[in-house]
Design a protein around this ligand. Structure first.
Ligand SMILES: NC(=O)c1ccc[n+]([C@@H]2O[C@H](COP(=O)([O-])OP(=O)(O)OC[C@H]3O[C@@H](n4cnc5c(N)ncnc54)[C@H](O)[C@@H]3O)[C@@H](O)[C@H]2O)c1
Length: 368
């Protein structure tokens, strides 16, 4: 199969869909890999590394889209990319179709076979191609929060770890899933006093077992949220109700009970956020302040660390790329239920039930 790896063109997106080592693996198994010139540079992988791995460097995205049977990307295709997609071609990337009717309509019209990273789901319910980005965002949430807590950045001037004779900072984390548990581990490692809230008791039991002693697990309910945000230096939003908008756990008037200069990092902003006052921000303008509380609400946090993110993403995507490239998407989906769940679009028809239900469109079973 001919695989094509275009350079990402979404604003500030520096990740790339395939590493040189991944390209080498594909070539070793008989695929041809076309990489657009400069595609890996933002993540620190020069063209020469791809060339050494056996990939062919091509000058333009147009050449990739014309020749490749499967396009491997990171972000959803942008309008000028959509115009180059064609029926029968496979597109393997994050699609997030339910968030955009415009994108869904345009991809349906192209006839492309769209396989979405975010809907590949294991039998356990885990979303293996979303998990690495949540791990990164959770860890970054503490790094960002610590930075904005500095006085010169508008924060209340608290060092999360404290020092001998001075108490550590308080970190309150709403949601103890992938983002929340990664944030808790990093905050605990810095020496902060960490309070980790979740609604799922068996998850809390597990977290209480594996987390360091400076992490306290708590049932998430309005009383506990109200009580603990009052002492928070850093509040991290990390809840998820799959497929739905995040529940609002911190309402606007509750901000007044927080300490001036405290920092909120609402990682769940991509699902609407769990703090009423959040709105999505960007890496170039990441924060705003409401009632004296600094809000950091960047919706694509992993984009700030493209090298780590590219490694983490492609570690997870490569087995699927090899399987689809080796067998074709249909056989790969027949052999593996998780891959089948990733198929969102086939020949101009939706193949994913939640997306079809979101837009009231018809769907067909991808393997039917
Ligand atoms: N901003 C970014 O760059 C970025 C990056 C990665 C993930 N995210 C987002 O972060 C959010 C969390 O992702 P995740 O992978 O950790 O999800 P997850 O499913 O692993 O964890 C979510 C947790 O929230 C808990 N929860 C649900 N309702 C709750 C409530 N009312 N109170 C407390 N806990 C509650 C669940 O029990 C679960 O443990 C998602 O919205 C995800 O899309 C954002």
């Amino acid at each position: 199969m001919i695989l094509g790896v275009p350079k990402e063109i979404k604003d500030n997106e520096m990740r790339v869909g395939l590493l040189p080592s991944g390209a080498e693996e594909c070539v070793r198994r008989g695929a041809t890999v076309l990489v657009e010139r400069g595609a890996g540079v933002g993540s620190g992988f020069p063209d020469e590394e791809y060339a050494r791995s056996g990939a062919k460097i091509v000058a333009s995205a147009a050449e990739i889209f014309v020749s490749a049977e499967m396009i491997v990307k990171v972000k959803e295709p942008q309008p000028q990319e959509i115009r180059m997609l064609r029926r029968g071609q496979i597109l393997f990337t994050y699609l997030h179709l339910a968030a955009s009717l415009e994108l869904t309509d345009a991809l349906l019209a192209s006839g492309v076979t769209g396989i979405a990273y975010e809907t590949i789901r294991l039998g356990s319910g885990e979303l293996p191609l979303l998990t690495p980005m949540s791990e990164i965002a959770g860890r970054m949430a503490v790094q960002k929060g610590a930075n904005y807590l500095e006085g010169s950045n508008g924060g209340r001037g608290v060092l999360l770890g404290g020092v001998p004779g001075v108490a550590p900072g308080h970190v309150v984390i709403l949601g103890g899933g992938v983002v929340g548990s990664n944030a808790a581990r990093i905050a605990a490692g810095l020496g902060a006093a960490v309070y980790l809230l979740d609604v799922n008791l068996s998850r809390l039991r597990y977290l209480a077992d594996v987390m360091p002693a400076n992490v306290t697990t708590l049932m998430s309910n309005p009383a506990n949220v109200r009580r603990h945000i009052q002492h928070a230096d850093l509040l991290i939003g990390a809840v998820l109700s799959p497929g739905a908008k995040a529940p609002t756990l911190v309402e606007r008037d509750m901000l007044k009970s927080m300490q001036p200069g405290a920092v909120i990092v609402d990682v769940a902003v991509d699902q609407g956020g769990c703090v009423e006052t959040v709105r999505p921000t960007t890496h170039s303008n990441p924060t705003f302040t409401v009632d004296g509380i600094v809000h950091y609400c960047v919706a694509n946090m992993p984009g700030a660390v493209p090298r780590t993110s590219t490694y983490a993403l492609t570690n997870a995507t490569l087995p699927y790329i090899l399987s689809i490239a080796g067998k074709g998407w249909r056989r790969a989906a027949q052999d593996d239920r998780a891959t089948a769940e990733g198929v969102n679009l086939v020949d101009g028809v939706l193949a994913n039930r939640p997306v079809a239900e979101t837009f009231g469109m018809k769907m067909k079973d991808p393997l039917g």
